[in-house]
Design a protein around this ligand. Structure first.
Ligand SMILES: Cc1ncc(COP(=O)(O)OP(=O)(O)O)c(N)n1
Ligand SMILES: Cc1nc(C(=O)O)sc1CCOP(=O)(O)O
Length: 559
């Protein structure tokens, strides 16, 4: 049963149609079954059904050369399978066929039946899509009040539809221009596939609007496995549409302050630097997380090396970009190796990142992490509230000591910004403290950043804290190498300039944002059944993170 509601705009009355009150018009995964493109022996109804199984939300039937009787017969069959999946069934061009089979809607071009006539014939409850190639056509379709959504001309080159030789596809920029002026949903079409769909959506979005969906013919109809191809496409489309609409609207209502935006820009840029420089990260880390830490480094674009022997700790660090010291599963020789590698890293200006896992839990861990921050220089300490609180407390009685605030039962502490700020200044290290909100201080305690992208799923599998530490180390390595390339050094950064952030603040925020945003992406893609499928999706999402995602989804503030 189609439901209608009427919205009065300044000029016209626009009818917005939902298939059912509980089911808004979902144009996200729009599959066009073009019978002339079907590979030999493939049946249109079967392909439609496979696409629907893969998550198609709309099926359009396009049959330019089919006689009317056959078009109607085929439409009835495709309509029946679409109905089985609760998807919208749309006929291409032919209003008579749409009427004959009582299709859910019609898609017409500029040279087809006029929009007003189509609406008059179809009535108010059918969905009408109209192709618009430029902003004039968009304005005209929108102001007519007769269309429910707009299609585009080809965004990329396509062999499925013939164009004049001088036709230039819209590209993301042209699509962006249409999105800027349209108050109706826009579906992009033409040459879209699983490889280019994400970039198209990201690059075409405006501050307020993203495409409502992407329409494809050959990428599904000619795919070896149309179900899987639709699934793959849907997995790329859904997270971007969902997150973009929420975050971009929030962003346009509440833009980032300039200095926050500057920091986000630099973090996004730093991710590009990691990818470009493939830094080698030496980890002396714990048994529980070793393999995951290595894979997380590979996923972000860095390279892992793990060596625990005192006999090679110094040699290995001399050709690495950063060093991780993780005290999760200690032994005496490992502690010695940490000191050897740490001292060597200090002498070479290689950043050292300490993860004081379980600090304070036993005398061995207490003395080890206190020794590490006092006998070698750590550039970044990354731990949870309990670990950071312990360190702050352990150093409280030394000169310039930090008052420990204690940790609440939910893992938080009062005045977290004060604790990281004071500890940072005390040990001259950036401090990254994880929790429901993460706090990162630069090395002097001047800038403290709260990162609010925390995700409860990250607590459902072991090792994500240590994984985040390795990401921080990858960022530290890439940023330090970049500065060295300019004959500068992360070690000599000073807090005098308001425009410049401590590179290790950027590293701390960067590692945390990558982990948290990847978790958001993993969940948004759907299909998470429990901890293991989350873990797989998380690692994939880390590999697929882009600087644009950091720009879009980062929730950071100075505190
Ligand atoms: C979703 C969607 N967008 C655009 C078109 C193109 O329609 P049209 O301009 O009518 O061209 P033909 O498909 O008739 O060649 C579409 N079909 N679907
Ligand atoms: C049906 C259609 N209409 C277009 C337009 O530009 O209006 S391009 C197109 C075909 C798109 O097919 P594919 O996904 O195989 O590139």
């Amino acid at each position: 049963m189609l439901q209608t509601k009427t919205v009065t705009t300044t000029t016209k009355t626009t009818t917005i149609i939902n298939k059912a009150e509980s089911k808004p018009l979902d144009l996200s995964v729009y599959v066009v079954i073009d019978v002339s493109v079907l590979p030999a022996g493939r049946d249109a109804v079967a392909v439609a059904e496979q696409a629907l199984e893969g998550g198609a939300t709309v099926i359009q039937l396009r049959a330019k050369h089919l006689d009317t009787k056959s078009f109607i017969e085929l439409s009835n069959k495709v309509k029946a399978v679409a109905a089985k999946f609760g998807a919208l069934f749309v006929v291409n061009d032919r209003v008579d066929v749409a009427l004959a089979v009582d299709a859910d809607g019609i898609h017409i071009g500029q040279d087809d039946m006029p929009l007003a006539t189509a609406r008059r014939l179809l009535g108010p409850s059918k969905v009408i899509g109209v192709t618009c190639s430029n902003t004039d056509e968009v304005n005209s379709a929108v102001s007519s009040g007769f269309a429910n959504y707009l299609g585009t001309c080809a965004v990329f080159p396509t062999a499925t539809k013939a164009y004049a030789p001088d036709f230039t596809p819209l590209g993301a920029t042209g699509l962006n221009s249409l999105l800027q002026v349209s108050t109706l949903p826009i579906v992009a079409i033409g040459g879209i596939n699983v490889e280019n769909v994400e970039q198209l959506i990201i690059e075409s979005q405006t501050a307020l609007k993203t495409v409502a969906g992407c329409a494809v013919v050959s990428a599904i109809v000619c795919a070896q496995n149309p179900t899987q191809a639709t699934k793959d496409l849907a997995a790329k489309i859904h997270p971007l549409l969902k997150h973009n609409s929420e975050s971009s609207i929030a962003r346009s209502l509440n833009p980032r302050p300039p200095r926050v935006q500057l920091l986000v820009n630099q973090v996004a840029q730093a991710l590009s630097s990691v990818r470009a420089s493939t830094p080698l990260v030496h980890s002396i880390t714990n048994y529980v997380v070793m393999n995951d830490n290595a894979n997380v480094l590979l996923a972000i674009g860095a390279s892992p090396i793990m060596a625990h022997s005192t006999k090679e700790a110094s040699d290995i660090i001399s050709f690495c970009g950063s060093l991780v010291l993780n005290i999760g599963t200690l032994s005496d020789p490992w502690i010695d190796a940490m000191h050897i590698a740490g001292k060597k890293a200090n002498s070479l200006g290689i950043p050292v990142v300490l993860d004081p896992v379980g600090a304070g839990a036993t005398p061995l861990r207490q003395s080890t992490c206190v020794d590490l921050v006092t006998l070698i220089h750590t550039d970044i300490v990354k731990g949870n509230a309990g670990e950071i609180s312990f360190l702050a407390g352990a150093l409280a009685n030394t000169s310039g000591g930090v008052q420990s605030r204690g940790v609440d039962s939910d893992g938080t502490m009062s005045e977290p910004a004060h604790v990281v700020r004071s500890l940072a200044a005390k040990v001259n290290s950036a401090i990254a403290m994880s929790g429901p909100v993460d706090y990162v201080s630069d090395r002097v305690g001047k800038d403290v950043v709260a990162v609010s992208n925390g995700n409860e799923w990250l607590g459902k599998i072991t090792g994500t804290g240590c994984d985040t530490t390795t990401l921080v180390a990858a960022f530290a390595a890439a940023l330090n190498a970049e500065l060295k390339g300019k004959s500068l050094s992360a070690a000599t950064w000073t807090a005098s300039d308001d425009e410049s952030f401590d590179p290790y603040l950027i590293a701390g925020v960067g590692g945390i944002l990558c982990m948290c945003i990847a978790a958001e992406q993993a969940i948004a893609q759907g299909g998470i059944k429990g901890p293991m499928s989350f873990k797989t999706a998380l690692f994939d999402a880390i590999a697929n993170l882009t600087p644009e995602m950091i720009q879009r989804f980062a929730r950071v503030d100075f505190v």
